[in-house]
Design a protein. Structure first.
Length: 342
């Protein structure tokens, strides 16, 4: 009888997994299908390291209470039956049209989703656009991402911690790519790593002295009309990742601007950072290759970025057709990853 019950559980789990993979590769749900999916506000312990140099002794970094919205697929879930994604927002913060909509869509397709609000947990460091970028760093995003991975693994037995992908948008995409680094994962993950990484229109600014990765694959998505992205530099970064042990897939969407999946109409914001050249040394020090200064304090970060972030503003704008394509490409990528990780 026990053997029969075990076989039934395995069969039902396999059927559920197949259903999720099928949903990810089909048309993504919208409208009333996702409106009934409710997110729950959650918090978990994290830290605020200013740079990767602090990852080795994270206990010494300022403490933080990470804030996020968790979307769970409806119904009851068998242990380790659910894949999951953790999402890191861009410089504009969490958006209803982007992270929160993706969260509902993922949940409707059988994938748990945790949308982290890195800025909300650190309002004392900055509430304005510029202050946040100068004081709330990619390292803090990475710390929250790995803290979120531990939170899901420890608090939700229905989620399979070996099938969790890290998805980032713009600023968060940079953090998602850096989180692939083997040294960073060893310092923050405590044995846990992400099954895959997805980067939506993330600038390729920093390179690592030690390019070893966790071995997880990366899907990198960008639009050809996005002047914030330098294709050659991203291919250079991708070559580093491949050398370090990861497969990399780059997809370009013709004519798409930055943030095609956001809620904004077409407009120009910010400054391009093509003159910025950052190098992450083996001890985690982030070195500006233009001035050779370490990006170790808010003052030095302000100085370094003030000198190199001097390009023209770049266009952002919602593009439903491109969003449909990127949904398809991300869904197919995640379906493959989640299927292999079972």
């Amino acid at each position: 009888m026990r053997a029969i019950l075990a076989a039934l559980l395995i069969a039902s789990g396999g059927a559920a997994a197949a259903e999720t993979r099928g949903a990810l590769t089909g048309t993504w749900p919208n409208g009333s299908t996702i409106e009934r999916i409710e997110g729950q506000e959650v918090t978990f312990p994290s830290a605020s390291p200013f740079s990767p140099a602090e990852f080795g002794d994270l206990a010494a970094a300022p403490k933080a209470t990470a804030q996020a919205t968790l979307f769970l697929p409806p119904g009851r879930h068998k242990p380790r039956s659910l894949p999951a994604v953790i999402m890191l927002h861009g410089s504009g913060g969490v958006q209803s049209a982007r992270e929160l909509t993706y969260g509902r869509q993922f949940a409707a397709m059988g994938v748990a989703a945790l949308a982290i609000d890195v800025f909300a947990a650190r309002r004392e460091l900055g509430t304005g656009f510029i202050d946040r970028l100068l004081n709330i760093t990619e390292s803090m995003m990475i710390a929250d991402a790995y803290a979120g991975l531990a939170y899901l693994a420890e608090r939700y037995p229905g989620i399979d911690p070996e099938r969790v992908a890290l998805v980032g948008f713009s600023y968060g995409a940079m953090a998602s790519m850096y989180a692939m680094n083997a040294r960073i994962a060893a310092q923050l993950g405590h044995g846990r790593t992400f099954a895959a990484h997805v980067a939506f229109y993330g600038p390729c600014i920093a390179r690592f002295s030690d390019p070893r990765t966790t071995g997880a694959p990366l899907l990198y998505l960008y639009g050809t009309a996005d002047i914030l992205i330098e294709r050659a530099r991203c291919e250079e970064f991708a070559a580093d990742l491949k050398k370090g042990g990861s497969a990399v897939e780059i997809i370009a969407y013709k004519g798409a601007p930055h943030q095609w999946d956001g809620g904004w109409g077409r407009r120009k914001i910010g400054r391009t950072m093509h003159a910025c050249r950052l190098w992450v040394e083996r001890d985690g020090t982030v070195r500006d290759l233009n001035t050779l200064l370490p990006m170790s304090t808010p003052l030095l970060r302000t100085l370094i970025l003030g000198l190199c972030a001097s390009g023209p503003p770049y266009a952002i704008g919602a593009d439903p057709a491109t969003r449909e394509k990127s949904n398809r490409d991300m869904g197919q990528f995640l379906a493959r990853v989640f299927g292999r990780a079972q």
